[in-house]
Design a protein around this ligand. Sequence first.
Ligand code: PMP
Length: 398
Amino acid sequence: ASLLTAIEMAPRDPILGITEAFNADKNPNKVNLGVGVYYDDNGKVPLLECVRKAESQLMEKATPRTYLPIEGLAAYDKAVQELVFGADSAVVQEKRAITVQALGGTGALKLGADFLKRFSPNAQVWISDPSWENHRALFESAGFTVNNYPYYDASTRDVNFDGMLKALGEMPAGSVVVLHACCHNPTGADLTEAQWTDVIKVVTERGLVPFLDMAYQGFGDGIAEDGKVVRRFADAGGALFVSNSFSKSFSLYGERVGALSIVAASAEEASRVLSQLKRVVRTNYSNPPIHGGQVVATVLSTPELRNMWEEELAGMRVRIREMRQALVQKLKDKAPGQDFDFVIKQRGMFSYSGLTKAQVERLRSEFSIYAVDTGRICVAALNSRNIDAVVEAIGKVL
Ligand code: PMP
């Protein structure tokens, strides 16, 4: 027997498990609504034109692949920081924000979690109920106790804002609060501007540590609109952590491009923070990969490519909105008397559809339509060819 002999099989990842089952399904009309990926109307993951152009420019230059600095490509970090906080913002102008390239949004969260564990080892972490399923696992694996604050109210199909605010008001100072900046995953239910005002107030008053996770900037109401909450938190003062991801907004899932930004009280404090954050990176993976960062930096800093990106991103956002509208409209025929209007109000790629676990199981076994047991569907996986079949099936299982 070796140390490996007694190791038990780990549970399957719930979401990736759906895709495995989907791939094994032989029904030609199968639909996978369980994913967290944007598909175009042809059911394909797009390669954005701005990405293709940036890549061909980079190919022509054909540079050697030395190591990047620990904190990543400087041009990337700068461009991302300006995107997230605004080039003219006080935190950028006063050099109070630091930004390091990270391995996707997940990598950014992990860097932040490891950093926080070093400098605030006794704090506890709070995530929304429900949240992206990896939030809990990530912060637990960094050594934190992770709690939930109330977030979604299934009866109103909206945010349980009173419950959320009350929970925030009772957290001990120094607690780390993970907040979805926009396009809440999995529910699609976001806070209103007025609600954010209240959240910022209580977070600031109680000395909580906000950790904004922005994985879907541009999928809600627009790049600037979705980023506004980050700027509002930055203006409120206090330490702030922001993870962001380009997996979806650049359709660069497998390149692993994201970043962690931390806002400090002064440029001098920021430089100390950066020096320590670099140690976290160094002891994890030393320095990030080059390609994805170069592509994003090129697009963001080349006006022509940037315009192209903004248009392509708007195209994805609009298509999802159209699918929300179509879903609701078509369900009015197939499921009369049931109100699905909340689907239109939801933002981002996902919808908590209200389908029960039993209904999700029937969709899978009878119609080869795959959704998450919680009823989460990926609206970005609907298209003009599969939507009628999906609506028909939902109408039958309701
Ligand atoms: N945060 C949230 C809320 C997410 O939904 C996701 C993944 N879709 C991530 C972070 C991780 O992003 P990435 O795939 O870039 O690691």
